[in-house]
Ligand binder design. Structure first.
Ligand SMILES: [Zn+2]
Length: 156
């Protein structure tokens, strides 16, 4: 398991870990994200004081469901500033899985929309705020019309 790091194998100058990992170990389907393809990661780190630290990047393609039209769409999770830090507490192996999972979860949109990735436009149409303002203007316009008509009648 590449995401489990044996501490005694880390050179004093630090280590570098990159590769791909089966994303199913992260249990992302629980949060409605179905992984498409492996997780790619590139991490560099080492031991400082009593902790293990690593920085780097990771990316993963997932399938998400749009909150508006309920269609499924592909979304690329790209985290360029992964920062992992954990206490060693006498351990010899650091399992990065839960730490990386946290970073992936943070990168997921809270309300995924199929049009969030540019070229697509969401087929679901909801009354937008702009439309609400417009209809308000319409009523005020008719109110002015009514007032004008009233004045015309008064003057004639
Ligand atoms: Zn949509």
């Amino acid at each position: 398991m590449p995401l489990k790091i044996h501490l005694h194998q880390i050179p004093l100058t630090g280590g570098k870990w990159e590769g791909e990992e089966d994303p199913h170990i992260f249990g992302l389907s629980e949060v409605g994200a179905l992984p498409i393809g492996p997780l790619s990661y590139c991490l560099e780190g080492g031991i400082s004081n009593d902790g293990f630290f690593a920085v780097g990047s990771l990316s993963l393609k997932v399938q998400l469901q749009c909150v508006a039209c309920l269609c499924f769409f592909e979304y690329k999770i790209q985290v360029d500033h992964v920062a992992i830090q954990t206490e060693l507490e006498g351990r010899e192996i650091v399992d990065l899985t839960p730490l990386v999972r946290e970073d992936i979860l943070l990168a997921l949109p809270l309300y995924p929309r199929c049009d969030s990735t540019s070229e697509l436009s969401c087929p679901a149409t909801f009354p937008t705020e702009a439309k609400a303002v417009e209809s308000e203007r319409d009523t005020s316009q008719t109110a002015w019309e009514a007032l004008k008509n009233l004045n015309l009648k008064k003057n004639s």
